[in-house]
Ligand binder design. Structure first.
Ligand code: ZN
Length: 616
């Protein structure tokens, strides 16, 4: 049974390292009575819409939006067959409304409307029977009827508006031009069977297709990419994403112009193949929940921080309880599990939520504790749709939650040059210290999870010594207005690459890795701390000085070390070895929480000294 607490504030910062500033699809639903699709994202989105015939589908692409969970295919019934939601490519989430066979809608009457930059509706007119089903499957289609047709009022990329690429009744048609009489077409299927590449010497693609990737989602073909490398004579390249079970495809130049792509054995061989899923992100949460309990993967503040949304991949139900004395709101969700990792809201200085904890209270229930910031009260727990719980967040002083719609800049003078008071065990309250919010420090507790690090006397594990120290360093720095991100905040494994990627992508100013040492051979007399640098020495020296000044510990000095995290991080970086878990003296002291707090204070002070020294 898993039983753990997660500090979402920190986890969410870890996730920033994955898709840079991608928005998320928070929820969607289809209201069959009104033929209306509603969806909400957590950041501004400009959808692209198109109508694709045969069968009729309304395809909405949300660029810059990730789904972060498995695709969903919801059967609607009636004239609307289904609504599918999936990750089209790394940056785009796709919603597809598919009509029942034989039905279509007038694209001019499909209304896509943004209620706000993050909330959209798609209204369909009543679907009509297709009047005159085409009877001639002959190839190639002459200049085909204007489809896919763009829906108004959204702008669509030119390729989707053109007739240069068509899904026909027997295959695919591309309106390319042949220079000269080269009939050669090279076809190459990838080893994993998932892509088929056509190389067309002497062929030129129309401008509207070059470097475009267009959806097919039919005949076992996911999407097709068009490339025109700068070669002379010209050479066009088409890359098709196909289902592994798909037969090979072949290309033919049509006598009437253009290129036709056909599956070997005819269209019947591919008609029922499922198009390949666009390669989803490798979010581990995707693997957790197949055919299992509803999985909660996202907790997010929306609508100007007035609602906290809890998002699951399947229907959930929850109950809420407000502790009037503490203001803490507890949400219990039976028959649900937590995704790993789970994405939480960014809890910063201005967040209405002070702390958010989630845990699996037994294998089948999830508990979420939300602690409000000062002046915040939680209201009602509601259910905007089956997969989402929403908690109202109210401010007693409205100004702290609802930002002025026309923000005006406030002049902030630079911090004064007086030196910062040293950290004491009772640090001054946050308000009394100059906030230096712009400095970002990465604190990197080494090892974790399956990797215990050094194991010393009495089985003392490095990972368990350095985590509390790191958490303390982080807390102390934050109390001084320094922004901090931890590479891990609990006992789980993070790769070295993951650690430096976080630092590099978040543009951190300082990287501090915290470790404990070990020697073999029973040399328990070896004790002491040491600090390593690779490029920049000053940060290591500042921390070293601070430790020596405040703690009576063996001094092994400042050294150059070729550690991965020091070599790969792009900012001043240091690796602090706080002592030897194998040393008699260090082992005893590192087992003592009071000593660890002292060590954390010394490291934090060293970091502050460095920030001060460099005027960061
Ligand atoms: Zn280590």
């Amino acid at each position: 049974m898993r039983f753990y607490w997660l500090l979402l504030s920190v986890l969410s910062t870890l996730l920033i390292a994955l898709p840079a500033q991608a928005g998320r699809l928070l929820y969607w639903r289809f209201e069959s009575n009104d033929n209306r699709l509603i969806f909400t994202t957590d950041s501004r989105v400009q959808p692209r819409a198109q109508l694709i015939p045969n069968p009729t589908r309304i395809v909405l692409d949300l660029p810059g939006v990730t789904l972060g969970r498995p695709s969903v295919d919801q059967i609607i019934g009636g004239t609307i067959k289904s609504v599918r939601v999936g990750q089209f490519n790394a940056q785009t989430t796709r919603l597809v409304i598919e009509l029942a066979p034989g039905y279509t809608v007038d694209p001019q009457k499909v209304v896509v409307k943004g209620i706000s930059p993050t909330q959209w509706t798609v209204d369909l007119p009543t679907p009509q029977r297709i009047a005159r089903p085409s009877t001639s499957p002959s190839l190639p289609p002459p200049k085909p009827s204007p489809s896919p047709a763009p829906l108004r009022p959204l702008p669509t990329p030119s390729a989707q508006r053109s007739n240069d690429f068509q899904v026909t009744r027997s295959g695919l048609f591309i309106n390319l031009e042949r220079n000269g009489n080269n009939n050669q077409i090279r076809v190459n299927r990838s080893e994993d069977q998932k892509t088929i590449e056509f190389t067309l010497p002497g062929a030129s693609l129309p401008q509207s297709l070059i470097n475009q990737t267009l959806p097919v989602n039919e005949y076992g073909v996911g999407e097709i990419r068009f490339e025109q490398p700068q070669t002379s004579p010209p050479e066009a390249r088409l890359i098709m994403q196909v289902s592994e079970e798909s037969p090979n495809w072949q290309g033919y130049y049509s006598r009437l112009g253009g290129l036709v792509l056909l599956p070997k054995g005819g269209i019947s061989k591919v008609r029922d193949l499922t198009p390949p899923e666009p390669s989803a992100n490798n979010n581990p949460s995707n693997s957790v929940s197949q055919n299992q309990l509803p999985t909660i993967s996202l907790i997010q503040l929306i609508n100007n921080n007035t609602q906290l949304l809890i998002q699951s991949d399947k229907p959930i139900q929850g109950s809420g309880n407000l502790d009037r004395r503490t203001g803490v709101y507890t949400i219990r969700i039976p028959n649900a599990q937590l995704a790993e990792p789970i994405t939480g809201p960014q809890l910063g200085r201005n967040s209405p939520i002070y702390e958010l904890k989630v845990r699996q209270i037994n294998p089948e229930s999830v508990e979420i504790l939300v602690k409000p910031s000062l002046g915040i009260r939680f209201g009602r727990l509601s259910q905007p749709n089956q997969q989402v719980l929403a908690l109202d967040v109210r401010s007693l002083r409205t100004s702290t939650v609802t930002p002025n719609p026309n923000p005006r800049p406030i002049n902030v003078p630079p911090p004064s040059n007086t030196s910062l008071p040293p950290i004491t065990s009772n640090p001054p309250s946050t308000s009394s210290v100059s906030p230096r919010g712009r400095v970002l420090v990465i604190i990197d507790p080494g090892h974790g999870g399956k990797d215990p690090g050094a194991v010393g006397l009495g089985g003392l594990q490095e990972k368990n010594v350095i985590l509390p120290i790191s958490l303390d360093v982080s807390r102390l720095l934050q109390q001084r207005g320094v922004q901090v991100k931890l590479t891990r905040n609990a006992d789980y494994f993070v790769s070295l690459r993951g650690r430096t990627d976080l630092a590099n992508r978040s543009g951190a100013d300082i990287f501090v890795s915290i470790h404990a040492n070990a020697v073999g051979g029973g040399r328990s007399h070896v004790n002491g701390m040491e600090v390593f640098y690779y490029g920049h020495r000053d940060l290591s020296e500042a921390i070293h000085r601070s430790i020596i000044r405040s703690i009576n510990v063996g001094d092994r000095g400042v050294k150059r070390g070729r550690f991965y995290v020091l070599r790969k991080s792009r900012m001043p970086a240091t690796l602090v070895e706080v002592g030897f878990v194998t040393g008699t003296e260090d082992n005893r002291r590192l087992s003592d929480p009071a000593y660890r707090r002292q060590m954390a204070q010394a490291i934090a002070q060293g970091i502050l000294d460095y920030i001060q020294q460099k005027r960061l």
